[in-house]
Design a protein around this ligand. Structure first.
Ligand SMILES: *[C@@H]1O[C@H](CO)[C@@H](O)[C@H](O)[C@H]1NC(C)=O
Length: 257
């Protein structure tokens, strides 16, 4: 990226700015717009990609690690994931990392050399947990897909269309064969181990840890305003979203003439 910067700047400065709709040559899904100079230019988002890259390389401290232990069909978990965790991550992805562990109050039973699972909200929840674990193993776009599923009326039924939006190359068939096979079981066993290793052990879900730590205070703050908590815990220079001093102004407006 460093090598590319002068070139990027040159292209950026010569790129027309304005309020055009997406160029027809931009066929990539949004997540890939910044993946190369060419696609950023084609999609008319060079400036935004450069700014995002600038903020990332100017990160001055370790990201705040937020982990969520949850169940795919628990209403409180869905509210927190869709209404708090994902929006906060969208704003603060430069300074936070997110780990999702779908398991919660499930139970694991050894069955020969395999495991079977019983979930608090029944077999559909086990399937939802499994699908989400597989998606996390199979694509970098897992968080938006899981957000899409958890915020829709039908968590499992929406998986296919959520995949189509955010990871069109990953088929629902591939995900389901993971969810129903040995890989899914292996991934769920990892979730079970991570959940069982919690200190203190979880008493409910959604259960949040910040930098690996859970206290009543951190949990309350995460539930009431995760955004404020992450900004306050980040030890580096606060990003603009937190109201820090490093400001980036967007001065491009569309007039109604
Ligand atoms: C997917 O899961 C397998 C089995 O646990 C693991 O070896 C692999 O590293 C995982 N891949 C990703 C991208 O998480």
């Amino acid at each position: 990226m460093k090598v590319l910067l002068p070139l990027l700047l040159a292209v950026w400065l010569s790129a027309p700015s304005g309020c055009t709709s997406l160029p027809p040559s931009c066929s990539e899904p949004p997540a890939k717009w910044c993946s190369s100079l060419e696609s950023a230019a084609r999609c008319g988002v060079l400036k935004q990609c450069l700014e995002a890259d600038f903020r990332k390389t100017h990160q001055t401290a370790d990201p705040v690690q937020v982990a969520l232990y949850y169940e795919s069909l628990c209403p409180g978990c869905r509210n927190f994931l869709a209404g708090m965790l994902f929006p906060t991550f969208v704003m603060l992805s430069d300074i936070m990392s997110v780990t999702l562990v779908p398991y919660g109050n499930a139970q694991e039973k050894p069955d020969g050399d395999k495991y079977t699972y019983v979930c608090q909200h029944g077999p559909p929840e086990c399937l939802g947990n499994m699908i989400e674990s597989c998606i996390m193993n199979m694509t970098q776009m897992a968080f938006p897909i899981i957000f899409c599923m958890e915020s829709s009326a039908d968590v499992i039924g929406s998986a296919e269309s959520c995949l189509k939006v955010y990871a069109p190359d990953l088929s629902i068939d591939k995900v389901m064969s993971c969810a129903k096979g040995d890989l899914g079981m292996q991934l769920m066993h990892q979730n079970a181990m991570m959940t069982k290793a919690l200190k203190p052990p979880h008493e409910y879900v959604p259960w949040v840890t910040i930098n690996g730590e859970h206290t009543d205070d951190l949990q309350d703050k995460a539930m009431s305003s995760l955004f404020t908590l992450v900004c306050s815990m980040y030890k580096g220079t606060k990003p603009p979203a937190c109201g820090g001093t490093q400001k980036i102004h967007y001065k491009s407006y569309c007039s109604n003439e």
